[in-house]
Design a protein around this ligand. Sequence first.
Ligand code: SAM
Length: 358
Amino acid sequence: MDIRLRQAHRAGLEFLGSTQKFSGGVLQATARREYDEAVPVPPTALDERRASVAQVLADSPAWAFDRFLTRWVAEEVYVRALPAVESIRPTVEAWLASPPPGRQLVEDPDVVPPQYWENEFHLTPGGWNGHDLMGPAITELVFHYVLVPGGVGAVRTGQARKDHRATVARAAHRESYRHIVEFGASSGRYTFALTKAYPGSPVTAVDLAVSSLRHGIATAQARGIEGIEWRHADIEHTGLPDGTADLVTMFSLFHEVPDAGAEAILAEAFRLLEPGGEFLLGEVAPYDRHSAFDAVVLDWETENRGEPYWREALGRDLVGMLERAGFVDVTSYGADGGVFPWITHAVKPDRPQQDRTT
Ligand SMILES: C[S@@+](CC[C@H](N)C(=O)[O-])C[C@H]1O[C@@H](n2cnc3c(N)ncnc32)[C@H](O)[C@@H]1O
């Protein structure tokens, strides 16, 4: 979307992006160096890692200001972005309305979001549906001006977010798919990586966030991207028929759901897949794959940056959870030998497990 903000709105958002970049790129790097030099052999258990970092960096200005500024930017970003998107409301509304009626989102009035979905993730006021222009505000302003230049969570400043999605999309095993179902599509950032990786393969993009889905539809329309069905539904109960997908995939979703929700989502993925179908997930790596300092930086999000399930999710045994859900051939690894994105791939057996030897 072609956004033209007034100078005051643009400058305010750019200042937040620069602040986050300085915090993550300079202050946090300094604190990491201080910790690594002070503790050459750090503990491995999360509680001990947290205590160790708190003790060693108790008097570190770099650590204190990195945490303070990261929290401040997370709060301030919506103080800036929502008035900014309001200031261009007529343009944004016209753009959201640009797809023809047959392509507009059909909202399901009966949908009941799970309780965890109502959280104000990333300190988003009112949650994903907290503002009728939240989708455009997040993608066009928060991502563009703050998160891409500044980095956040597992993504460091300067790392191209789009490439991470393309990397995960390409990690599925086939050349093309009969029907891809994406869970938690939001505004389509990963959806478009899927349509690019598998041209001609139809994608059903499912989410509960109405303004984000509308934003994704308008973006697809503007870019001439075909073959996506945008579906307003809970991914625990998509309403799609059994066995009609050969790839179910998601990016950056599982850290926003508690264990019970994760199990329900995997059961739904298993139900939707045909025998032999693939499951593919891109996420932040589990804590035990990170250095002590980096694990503590990530874990801090749980209490301080609207990520209430982060600790639960990054400590969970995802491979075991997939196997208990019935999947086989589960592999879990970091892209390019790193820790982000962390890719997990699994297969729905071509026949029930107990029959496989007969
Ligand atoms: C962090 S966003 C990730 C968006 C996107 N996959 C991307 O690549 O940027 C998580 C998305 O998952 C959606 N979500 C979480 N739980 C859901 C549920 N139970 N049903 C439908 N959507 C859900 C949220 O609405 C949100 O849009």
